[in-house]
Design a protein around this ligand. Structure first.
Ligand code: AVJ
Length: 321
């Protein structure tokens, strides 16, 4: 019998691109936005005037660090586990405060990238030398599984920056169920979530004047050109963010401005684009208290309290099980 072997992929990126660009409508998973260049562009995004998320969350943590610390602290001490720590700029607000209070805790930043973890450990060593850091390299799922069996002392899991937004609500429920299953009674989950608001404000956050978000989105094309020997012409696509105030989904696309064909040599693939055909590249889901209550209910988490800025631009929620 003549069997067709399923294609073997050298990397997760190769597999995602093959599957996503042979589907209709075309898509590429947003997690591949973060190569070295993507990390650098995201750092720039966080400093943009239109990208309010980082500044608002920083403010919330700064103003409420005392109260938040009182919730986290416990008699037997605690382990602070951060999913996707990045440069830790916001987390350091809490760590500095915990140091001042002499809390008995250990900080366990989780990231897929060794490089990110090394840089973070080094900067902590410089800036807050007292804090005990135990970097955890791996995917969130790997680390959560590993930590599920750990019951020695209270766990506080941090998930900041509205990173939950990169999942659809259905994916978010599945993810929060994993978090819940890694928690024991008394453990806590603290999550930062961008809120539904004036649609124009949200749209502008993903469509900055300086074009940094456009470059971030198009970096996927650059990455395919480099890593998969493709020949994407960056000028043949426009960056197109959308916000739907009904669903709370902010989505980004790359739209082909002409009919053309792209070669992806490493995948032995020719990809045809119709004029105005799209590649969906990212979702940044926005929530409100009602939709967060639904998420929590579905995932088996109990919402215990939240902190926000005056305009409810951004909220940080504390959950228990
Ligand atoms: C890191 C997922 C929270 O969706 O707001 C910023 C990523 N994309 N600008 C977001 C992002 C375009 C960001 N998150």
């Amino acid at each position: 019998m003549n069997q067709t072997k399923p294609p073997e992929f050298k990397t997760p990126f190769a597999e995602d691109v093959f599957k996503g660009l042979t589907s209709y409508p075309k898509k590429i998973s947003s997690k591949f936005l973060y190569d070295e260049k993507g990390d650098e562009l995201f750092q720039k995004i966080m400093d943009l005037p239109e990208y309010y998320l980082t500044g608002k969350e920083y403010q919330i943590l700064m103003r409420n660090r005392e109260e938040i610390g009182n919730e986290f602290a416990s008699f037997e001490g605690f382990d602070l586990i951060e999913l996707g720590a990045g440069d830790g700029k916001k987390t350091k607000v809490l760590l500095r405060h915990f140091e001042e209070k002499n809390y008995d805790y250990k900080y366990l930043p989780v990231d897929i990238s060794r490089n990110v973890l090394d840089q973070l450990s080094e900067s902590l060593e410089q800036e807050i030398p007292g804090v005990e850091v135990s970097p955890q390299q791996g995917t969130y799922a790997m680390v959560l599984n590993r930590l599920a069996d750990y019951r020695e002392r209270k766990k506080v899991i941090l998930f900041l920056g509205s990173n939950i937004g990169n999942l659809t609500p259905e994916e978010a429920v599945a993810f929060l169920k994993k978090i819940a299953s890694a928690m024991n009674p008394g453990d806590m989950f603290f999550m930062g979530v961008d809120q539904k608001k004036d649609p124009q404000v949200i749209l502008d956050a993903y469509n900055d004047k300086a074009g940094v978000t456009e470059a971030f989105n198009k970096n996927l094309l650059v990455r395919m050109n480099r890593e998969l020997e493709a020949d994407f012409d960056l000028d043949a696509f426009v960056h197109w963010p959308l916000y739907n105030p009904e669903t709370g989904a902010a989505k980004s696309y790359l739209v082909s401005t002409k009919e053309h064909t792209v070669q992806i040599n490493a995948l032995n693939l020719e990809v045809h684009f119709q004029k105005w055909e799209t590649i969906h590249t990212e979702v940044s889901q926005k929530y409100d208290d009602t939709s967060i209550a639904w998420l929590a209910e579905e995932a088996g988490l109990k919402l215990s309290r939240s902190w926000a800025d005056k305009e409810n631009t951004f909220k940080n929620y504390l959950f228990q099980i």
